[in-house]
Write a protein that binds this ligand. Structure first.
Ligand SMILES: Nc1ncnc2c1ncn2[C@@H]1O[C@H](COP(=O)(O)OP(=O)(O)OP(=O)(O)O)[C@@H](O)[C@H]1O
Length: 230
């Protein structure tokens, strides 16, 4: 089966000023990600995993080089257009969950759909269904502070996938979870990858998470040190 390229990095660099010196957080990265892949970025702390995810998701712009989503160069997009692109094509799962504290689990998920223009009723119905899928059917009306870390993480995942984005980017999605919750979440993400065909690029330190990924990419000092697809 033909799998089109959904993400491409061409000679991507990201430098940060550090006093008088410059940190090359991402250094000449070339990468092609094909539709439906499940990729895990791994590497030492500071190797550039978060920076690369941010560049791919258009949350940050490269110092040089180009990131393409569906063959479109992100440098041609304004900030507003990037926001719109993210809303419709990309689901993010952050380590810190980034849930809205005054919203219930259901509201945290449904407001994404409302921002996309769905009616209240459709947004709620779809969100209830997704929250059931992640095992939170009985906790939908709780606020984040009334949920455990693992439950909050599942709300964040539900929010990232509810609109069935083409691409899901997850930065250390299991970092704050115990091994049982971590395994459940990984199973859920792999199931979504198979059932919806969404492309996943995640980062992790956890050997069990890395092991399960179909393609493993090791970063070191902002460069790709090893790609299991090569
Ligand atoms: N906004 C910033 N300003 C300055 N330096 C930064 C910034 N963001 C990242 N860096 C630096 O860039 C390098 C890569 O950081 P990054 O967060 O991408 O690494 P990481 O692999 O995700 O690390 P971790 O596993 O600890 O999350 C590090 O040296 C970091 O200190």
């Amino acid at each position: 089966m033909f799998h089109p390229t959904v993400i491409e990095c061409q000679s991507v660099c990201k430098a940060f000023a550090d006093g008088d010196s410059v940190i090359k957080a991402i250094d000449q990265v070339d990468l092609q990600v094909y539709a439906g892949e499940f990729i895990c970025l791994y590497g030492a702390s500071g190797s550039g995993k978060t920076t690369l995810l941010n560049l791919i998701g258009g949350l940050d712009r490269p110092s040089s080089g180009e990131v393409f989503l569906d063959k479109h160069p992100l440098s041609h997009y304004s900030d507003d257009q990037l926001t719109d692109l993210r809303l419709h094509k990309i689901g993010f799962i952050f380590q810190s969950y980034n849930l809205v504290p005054v919203f219930s689990a259901l509201e945290n998920v449904s407001f994404i759909l409302q921002m996309q223009g769905l009616s209240n009723r459709d947004a709620i119905n779809k969100s209830e269904y997704i929250l059931q899928q992640v095992g939170l059917q009985n906790l939908m009306h709780r606020r984040p502070a009334e949920l455990s870390g693992g439950q909050q993480q599942r709300v964040a995942i539900a929010r990232a996938i509810v609109a069935q984005p083409k691409i899901i980017l997850a930065d250390e999605p299991t970092a704050n979870l115990d091994s049982k919750n971590s395994e459940q979440l990984m199973n859920l993400m792999h199931q979504l990858n198979r059932d919806l065909g969404s492309t996943f690029v995640i980062s992790s330190h956890d050997p069990q998470v890395i092991e399960k990924a179909e393609r493993k990419i090791e970063l070191a000092d902002g460069k790709i040190l090893h790609d299991s697809a090569d």
